[in-house]
Design a protein around this ligand. Sequence first.
Ligand SMILES: *Cc1c(COP(=O)(O)O)cnc(C)c1O
Length: 434
Amino acid sequence: MLKKNYTNIDGMLHIGGLSVEYLRKKYGTPLYIYDQKLIKDTARAFRENFKSDIFASEVSFASKAGSNLYLLGLIKNEGLFLDTVSIGEMYIGMKAGFEPKKIHLHGNNKTKEELVFAIENKIGTIIIDSYEEFLFLEEILKEMDEKMDCLLRINPDVKTSTHKYIQTSNADSKFGINIRDEKIESYIKEMAQSQFVNLLGFHAHIGSQVMEVGFFEEEAKILFDFTKKMQDLTDQSFSHLNLGGGFGVRQNKNDKDFDLEKFLRDFAKIIEEKIKDYKLKITRVGIEPGRSMINQAGTTIYSVGSVKHTLEGLPLVFVDGGMSDNIRPSLYGAKYDALIANRLDDKNYEKFRVGGKFCESGDILIEETDLPYPKRGDILAIENTGAYSLAMSSNYNKLPKPTVVFVEDGKDYLAVKRETLDDLIKNDCEYKGE
Ligand SMILES: *Cc1c(COP(=O)(O)O)cnc(C)c1O
């Protein structure tokens, strides 16, 4: 099992061998702390468990879950590929040292600028999202006299159990072409004959934070069925298959554990069997973990301010951050637990809400958690914030974005500096009057 490098020394939380008090003194709060060793271990777990003798496996990190030069440099060093959905993500990926051919471009509405950038920089594959986008891309490739390796995103119509905003496989989903669309065969026939688009195979991504292995098995079965059908239809064999990401993580104490390593081994076996059963010529199978690569490695620490008792509801502990550094609770009801990280041995728990400092009633980080009575100046830590919190951060209420630090074996590595007040206005233009 993958393990966090957390320890309790005299009641003080230590991450990667460093006390959170030391880190707060050095960097201030709010502070994102990443357990560097855990990210390396997780990347290796993906590579070592999702592998096979009959297909080449390709693990791409979905960079939207978290992307800064430091993190991507670390991921690149672990030999992974990179998924991007915009020109900015491709740009950062290349700046972090990824070879362009190890970068893939996704997205349901890629702009011409993004497609041209991908083609000019010889990005690995473009994942086409619709028939209309295929025509658009073909026209651009024709103009540039270029060819591009592509996958087509299929919506396999697998209904998962997660929040609506992170489901992607419903019949009304904005992603991919639905497998039940009656025109899909004629689309694929046309794409398979294109001089410019080299259709290598199919892609699907069923949603995010999916905890049941059965959904991925169902997805794999549907995609293999489909590939076989399309192979017969087009008289062409497809060499690539990509099954997306969405592997669940344990976010709070009520969540089940998701044994990632076992899941990956089982998943690779299922895929092998299907390739053999269907006698397919698939030589490369990809997966695209985002959340499961970095979520558990991230912890956010805050300083506690006031505690307020409202007429109804649990008392509120206020912290010096909130929805600008983690919008997930307000956006789709993500649930976390908190710790008073400088008093881990104080077990006189009461129930509290944790609220942020932003001018929105919805700025509640945690609706209910057990804490010893918090005091001003305590360190409140929220675990498992590594994915999609920093990535979705904003400057709402003009709060500078927090520092990001990586820790390993008693050393701290600054990854992103805290924004300054000047950073907040660096792109603003002054009103000069008439
Ligand atoms: C978001 C996304 C992923 C990663 O999802 P996680 O839930 O973070 O693992 C992978 N592939 C595609 C196409 C995505 O849009």
